[in-house]
Design a protein around this ligand. Structure first.
Ligand SMILES: Nc1ncnc2c1ncn2[C@@H]1O[C@H](COP(=O)(O)OP(=O)(O)OP(=O)(O)O)[C@@H](O)[C@H]1O
Length: 255
């Protein structure tokens, strides 16, 4: 579904070149839930932005759905969820979710049907006519996920969508996101700073290290797809979390 080969990205800045990504190789299969974890500045967001055609690599290549990120963007192959919900305050929740559909010229009746369906998927049925400021932070983030789902892309790119939320809300959204992934069969690329979040959600965990940003470990999760929150106390879960922590530590020691 997504393939990176010898991917390099160097930013030219006033202080000299910044090697955000160096020789990054990765294969993401259809239906995978892949988390990217690593310290600040290791290139997680940059990698996601390359997949989304928001940054141009300086070397190597990325294929999304077998085509270039630009072609994938034009074909609306992915939805993107940002760190902040980024909803327009003057539009209702329904109006925000409808926006990409309006831009795409989807007929009005179909727009209404899709808004209804994605609001149900994120458990916000009944909130269509509310304004963003009438919703909690977690609900706003769910609305922004609904917006990314509205045009039914196969891939969801999520950049630390729950980073600003408290732990209880985050736990709940993690559970909901897993259910949503299970129901829709989407391929998800998810950036996080949290080891438990990465281990809980993912089928594959990509550990990255900084300067230059590269992949230090790729872990295929042995956990079953069915994951109650309590699984986080199981020995299997703790073993994966331990390996992620070791990977992060190793990445730090050779900086
Ligand atoms: N547009 C840009 N111009 C110059 N340097 C940039 C640009 N975007 C990112 N960088 C640099 O590239 C490196 C990787 O940044 P990136 O945002 O991808 O890291 P990250 O792992 O997502 O960090 P965080 O976890 O803090 O969000 C950093 O050193 C950053 O300063």
């Amino acid at each position: 579904m997504i393939s990176a080969r010898h991917l390099d990205l160097t930013f030219q800045t006033n202080d000299g070149p910044v090697h955000a990504l160096k020789d990054v190789n990765l294969e993401i299969e259809a239906g995978d839930f892949v988390s990217f974890i690593g310290p600040s500045g290791c290139g997680k967001t940059t990698f996601l932005r390359v997949m989304a055609d928001l940054e141009q690599p300086t070397g190597g290549e990325v294929l999304v759905n077998g085509v270039s990120p630009e072609e994938a963007r034009r074909a609306r192959a992915y939805g993107y969820v940002f760190q902040a919900a980024g909803l327009y305050p003057w539009r209702t929740i329904g109006g925000n979710i409808r926006l990409p559909l309006e831009i795409m010229g989807v007929p009005r009746a179909e727009q209404a049907e899709r808004v209804r369906r994605v609001l149900e998927l994120v458990e916000l049925a009944g909130f269509e006519r509310k304004f963003p400021w009438q919703l909690s932070g977690g609900m706003q983030q769910r609305a922004s996920i609904a917006r990314a789902l509205s045009f039914d892309a196969d891939i969801l790119l999520m950049d630390e969508p729950f980073g600003a939320l408290d732990e209880i809300v985050r736990d709940h959204l993690n559970e909901q996101l897993l259910k949503l992934w299970e129901r829709t069969g989407k391929t998800i690329a998810f950036v996080t700073h949290s080891i438990p979040e990465a281990v809980y959600l993912s089928t594959k965990i990509v550990v990255m290290s900084p300067r230059p940003g590269r992949i230090s470990d790729v872990i295929d999760s042995p956990l079953p797809r069915e994951r109650p929150l309590e699984i986080r106390e199981s020995p299997e879960f703790l073993a994966v979390a331990h390996r992620v922590r070791e990977g992060l530590r190793a990445g730090h020691s050779d900086v």
